[in-house]
Write a protein of this length. Structure first.
Length: 150
């Protein structure tokens, strides 16, 4: 049986380098106390809904924000978003799309499915760090979220 500490941020990212950069950016802004990373959409859904290998995870402390990539193995980011926004217990969770896609259809569909924000990953290292830090600061410290029933 695994024990999972409460998580504030879930990063759903299949690129280990991008996940590590995101964690570094959040740590640099002192926002990295409770971060968990999943590498594909299926694993993210299992984590969020406490099933499979995450069945023992305590959902009583809701996530504050999900940073979700679009291009994921197993279950796409858009499908993860669709599932989250269709469940009563997760529809109010803030989901920030963080992806390399600047494609208008991806942007339109993400917002149509209920994304709270859409951030295109900068290619430049410093710009990437700044974008993640700013996004994390906003969603964790400035934004006032609704109560989420877990």
């Amino acid at each position: 049986m695994k024990s999972f500490t409460p998580v504030d941020i879930l990063i759903v990212e299949d690129n280990p380098n991008d996940a590590e950069l995101a964690i570094r950016a959040l740590k640099k802004s002192n926002l990295a106390n409770h971060i968990f990373v999943t590498e594909n959409g299926e694993e993210a859904l299992d984590f969020i809904f406490s099933r499979g290998e995450f069945a023992e995870r305590d959902k009583s402390k809701a996530l504050k924000v999900i940073f979700l990539d679009l291009k994921l193995p197993k279950v796409s980011g858009l499908e993860v978003l669709k599932v989250l926004k269709s469940h009563e217990s997760t529809k109010m969770l803030p989901v920030v799309i963080i992806t390399s896609s600047k494609e208008d259809p991806d942007i339109q569909e993400a917002y149509a499915l209920g994304a709270n924000s859409y951030v295109v990953k900068p290619v430049d290292f410093d710009s990437f760090i700044h974008a993640i830090s700013s996004t994390g600061l906003y969603w964790l410290l400035i934004n006032v979220p609704p109560k989420v029933n877990g």
